[in-house]
Design a protein around this ligand. Sequence first.
Ligand code: CA
Length: 442
Amino acid sequence: MRKIPVTTVMAALLLVFIGTAAPARDDGDRTGSIKSNLPADRADYGGWSGRDGASGHPLMTAVAIRQAAAQFHDCLRRLAPLVARRGVSYAAYQRMTARLTPDLRIMDLLDSQPEFTKAVWDYLDVLVTDERIAAGQRLLAKYRHVFDAAEKVYGVDRYVITAIWGVETNYGTIAGDRPVLRSTATLACVGRRQRYFRDEFVAAVDILNRGDVRPERFVGSWAGAFGPTQFMPTAFQRYAVDFDHDGHRDVIDSMPDLIASTANNLKKAGWRSGETWGYEVVVPANFNFMLAEHRRTMTVADWERYGIVRAGGKAFPRPGDKAFLLVPAGIQGPGFLMLPNFRAIMRYNPAEAYALAIGHLADRLRGGGAFVQHWPRYERVLTRDERLELQQLLERHGFDVGEPDGRLGAKTREALRDFQARIGRVPDGFASAGVLERLRRR
Ligand code: CA
């Protein structure tokens, strides 16, 4: 339901500390008419660092952010026609936005590029714990009848709904407390994602205007995701349903609405009834890791011909299912054959580690066991600078990585595999500290 992975609460928790601000001068304010709306007091800037954003985007410089903040209400006025198209009266829109100020702290969060990122096994350790499994099972028991009814209507497995609930917000306990209207208004008028967030802001206005959600409860992550399963406002508009028939679609406080709306979202994202999301598999050392890409789909039977077997020795129940192979930690960690339902989860939350956590937590809630194979816990995840260095070194040695950006995408993985093959290592494309060291020594 989210289009950018950074909206997750966990990602927000991972942010490195961003130091306190230099005083913000309101030097973008030249029109005079803005003053009443935007006090110069910097407390109103919501703890913004006052610094240029790390992305280097022209709309993320401190000057551009101050300027956009000073013109915040002009921007909101320009959005009025979009809001009117949703049937919101100008008076209602005025009431909602008259006292709104931008939350500029969000600009720091939008452009944060944490130096250290977690390994996939660390995410799983945090997100799939015995406590979280027990808490999920309590919810499954408590809302059993709701899940029965929702499964009947949407055909989406109750365990995956509960797992989303658990992974996104630890069952609603960390759903965020920033007013959604203010966050989306800020992002629609300030910074580098205005076009994307304009729709989210208009949807947020519409949601409030319809009275689906109580205004004081309409709070969430800095990017505007709200409720225990973190609906974005536009996703809410597309997928939310009034499952308890009280006239409101309330994915925050009505558990029937929450459960059914999340099920409806997954169904619309392509969830296939009665199928699982994927299997843990063992990948042979001589495997051609070039095949391990999201785009490369084959039947489970085809994968078996390449030597892939199910971890734990059981047979695959449906050899005709189409799957892609994910090997998040290279040859030293477990592999996964991912079925269409994994893609449905990825549409809900596009971060691979989260989608894997959701699938795994769902299995554990169902009574399944931990993964059979071990993660290479002795490996550490490269820092941002190291990832950039890795790309630059690969480039220097004649491997095409595209534009070095510190992110390890498909192209970098491919270059890395070529390099690994050349030095006689298993070409799994896993960016370890060891392979970086080998590159440095060349
Ligand atoms: Ca309702």
